[in-house]
Write a protein that binds this ligand. Structure first.
Ligand SMILES: [Zn+2]
Length: 743
């Protein structure tokens, strides 16, 4: 879809987006992990500030402690902000991406360095054309997105520019390649946003209202969510999600970011910046939702949600009429029609069962796959192809027992299922309403079979042409579900494949093709299963994620080694063997967060790691309320403090490092996580104060976490080999000191 461009191409006019410039910046800002609180974070921040200055802008840093209620996460975020003055300034356009990487090992090249450099280079090209925008354009490189969208929250809640924003364009990544998808974020309906997006005229819009519908139903989490929830501000997300296995790892690197994916982001930025800089941003709300989908010969096919039901009813009426015509012309028989359901239902059941069962079996054969927490293995794309062709083979095999049946009889079952699926879509997920179009294509084919006498030889070609929209819409989804949601979704692909096959049945039923198809699909399936098995191991390019932590319980003076891995390797075998206990329950008292996921653990020799000082600044009781203020002061470098409560607790006037939570309103936490505080570069300690019912005795456990296990002088640990990397999503290579807070 996207033209390939060599990254060494030099002849770029100053007013055009230069991928070389973008890549140059990316290389500078993705050399090392640069999550909030690290020295490298400061270096990246300084680099971006200098680059914004070179564009003639006056960047500033917003320092603000932010507390996210949903995630119970907090830090002092350092947002980078700059503003281009517009000629009208009724509403501002906000360009957004986050510059912090994920703790602790991600290089953050795709996530979200790619977004930052797309904006940086896009703005340079825009300003080089000497244009003055109508709207103010605000650039926000947000901080601490990875810790709980904290920079975005700091901006929306505390920065005086936030109220000016009319629209946000957010650039994100959840992998290192593939198409970038446009997702709208709005409290209202999508009609105006969609039509404005089409007016911006990106060259390669990849979007559909099915994703929009699913995204709206899921508890989603990007910076844009904060703008929508807290500011009622509309926005567009542009995010790529393929090669998920790189996400939040040290493989999220400059080298591995797909160049065409970056160009796709650049195309979105260039077209939307040019358009929305001058567009009316005061009225983007609407009360109508639209279906949209990528369609042949047009960028996006669009029509209102209100058409979904009438289109379904009309399809049903045509279907019933065609069945009667077929019966009266003796091209369909009642018994043949009913028998036609047998192979279709068998195909559905067998494909779903085999896809589910075989994937479970593969996880047993290759237990190392379970250590890739993304749920998408390095050979995942090979498995997708293998499963697709295996399912096709199963379908062809099933239908080969029904060779003698007429195509017209067999086509009734898939159309019936197509109508049922579309009814369920109408009820539950109208955004997927475009799936009625393949039903119309099949009805058209059925009508031709019933009403016209076309030579057998020409039929195959004609039906194939009529099926193009069907393939165009359904085939990408077969791949999209496992890519987006993990290989466990291969069974959804199986369902889509049976639907796709059914709609196209007359194409495959042509005499000449029948036998050839089956052997071909069987061969391709086998080939890709062999290929996937061959690629099931790890290598320098496909590193094995592994994890190790040292836990010191400072109250009982006991220590443990623990790992999240299900399979051991040279790194973890320094401490565990196959006989080491598994499960790791109750390793950390008062904490349910890791117990479920630690696998191997083992008692360790005590290392007497120094713990933080707890200073009580205030402890008074006034009219039934106890007011406490205390500081946790590190005696060594601490990356993160985590507080857990053993029972439900309600705090009022909660203040964290000087910032009052939600105007002093009640902060209630159930048993479990109370607060996760990432120590930022500006933090000397963590000071917490709150009021609590004087009869309630807080039962709080503190974790002091430092990511220095590999460099700490009290430990000698053989580093990972070059085919391993730190496991993402978990606290890793860390020393965790745990103890009860005496309050
Ligand atoms: Zn991100």
């Amino acid at each position: 879809m996207i033209p390939s461009v060599s990254p060494t191409k030099k002849e770029v006019k100053a007013v055009d987006f230069s991928i070389d410039n973008a890549l140059y910046h990316l290389k500078q800002i993705s050399q090392k992990p640069h999550h909030t609180g690290t020295e490298e974070h400061k270096i990246v921040q300084e680099y971006l500030v200098q680059e914004l200055k070179k564009l003639g802008l006056k960047p500033e840093i917003q320092y603000q402690t932010a507390i996210n209620k949903k995630w119970r996460a907090a830090t002092t975020a350092e947002n980078i902000l700059a503003r281009i003055k517009g000629s009208d300034s009724s509403k501002a356009l906000l360009l957004l991406s986050h510059y912090d990487s994920n703790p602790h090992s991600s290089l953050g090249a795709s996530d979200a360095g790619s977004g930052v450099v797309t904006i940086l280079e896009g703005v340079r090209a825009y300003l080089a054309a000497n244009k003055t925008p109508k709207n103010d354009v605000i650039i926000l490189f947000s901080d601490a997105e990875e810790l709980g969208l904290l920079g975005a929250q700091a901006f929306v809640e505390n920065h005086h520019w936030a109220k000016d924003v009319g629209l946000v364009l957010n650039f994100e990544a959840r992998g290192s390649g593939g198409s970038s998808y446009m997702l709208m974020e709005t409290n209202g309906k999508n009609k105006t946003l969609l039509s404005e997006f089409l007016k911006a005229n990106p060259n390669y819009p990849a979007a559909n209202s099915l994703m929009y519908g699913v995204y709206k139903k899921l508890p989603n989490d990007t910076d844009l969510t904060i703008f929508r929830e807290k500011g009622n501000i509309n926005g567009f997300n542009f995010a790529f999600i393929d090669d998920h296995f790189d996400y939040h790892t040290e493989q999220d690197s400059y080298e591995r970011l797909n160049r065409e994916t970056l160009l796709h982001q650049a195309d979105y930025l260039t077209s939307t910046l040019n358009y929305f800089a001058d567009a009316d941003l005061t009225n983007l709300n609407s009360d109508t939702d639209y279906i949209y989908v990528n369609f042949p010969f047009t960028k996006l096919l669009t029509y209102p949600f209100s058409w979904v039901l009438p289109m379904l009813i009309i399809a049903l009426v045509i279907f019933i009429a065609l069945v009667f015509i077929g019966i009266s012309r003796k091209k369909i028989t009642t018994i043949g029609m009913l028998k036609g359901f047998i192979p279709y239902i068998i195909s559905l059941v067998v494909c779903i069962g085999v896809s589910y069962g075989l994937w479970r079996l593969l996880l047993i054969i290759h237990p190392q796959y379970t250590d890739i927490l993304h749920g998408f293995t390095y050979n995942g794309h090979q498995y997708i192809i293998a499963f697709v062709f295996l399912n096709l083979w199963l379908i062809f095999k099933t239908y080969s027992f029904f060779k003698e049946h007429r195509t017209t009889d067999l086509l009734i079952a898939p159309i019936t299922f197509g109508l049922i699926v579309n009814y369920l879509i109408y009820i539950n997920l109208p955004g997927a309403g475009f799936l009625i179009i393949p039903v119309y294509a099949s009805l058209f084919i059925l009508a031709i079979l019933l009403l016209m006498n076309i030579k057998k030889e020409s039929r195959g070609t004609l039906f194939a042409i009529l099926s193009i929209p069907t393939i165009y819409m359904v085939a990408p989804m077969v791949q999209l579900f496992p890519v987006a949601l993990g290989l466990k979704m291969l069974l959804i692909s199986a369902v889509l494949l049976v639907l796709l096959f059914g709609f196209m049945l007359p194409v495959f039923q042509q005499e000449k093709l029948k036998n050839g198809w089956q052997s071909l699909t069987g061969f391709v399936a086998l080939l890709f299963f062999v290929l996937a098995t061959f690629n099931s191991g790890f290598s320098i390019e496909k590193k094995k994620p592994n994890s190790l932590v040292f836990i010191q319980d400072s109250d009982t003076n006991t220590s443990y080694w623990a790992s999240h891995n299900k399979t051991l390797d040279g790194y973890t075998k320094q401490f565990f063997n196959e006989d080491s206990p598994q499960g790791g329950q109750n390793l950390i008292a008062g904490n349910s967060k890791y117990n479920t996921s630690f696998n191997y653990y083992k008692k360790a020799n005590n290392k007497d790691i120094a713990t933080s000082n707890i200073n009580i600044n205030k402890d008074t009781i006034i009219s039934g309320k106890r007011n406490i203020s205390f500081s946790i002061v590190p005696t060594r470098t601490i990356d993160r403090y985590e507080l857990f409560t053993a029972s439900k607790i309600t705090l009022t006037n909660l203040t964290i490092n000087g910032t009052l939570y939600d105007s002093g309103k009640a902060f209630t936490a159930d048993k479990g996580t109370l607060l996760i505080y990432q120590m930022a570069n500006t933090d000397k300690d963590l000071t917490i104060s709150f009021s609590i019912d004087k009869n309630v005795k807080p039962d709080i456990t503190l974790h002091e976490i430092s990511n220095d296990l590999l460099s700490h002088p009290k430990f000698t640990i053989k580093p990972r080999s070059e085919i391993m990397m730190p496991m993402p999503f978990v606290v890793n290579d860390a020393i965790i000191c745990t103890r009860k807070l005496k309050l």
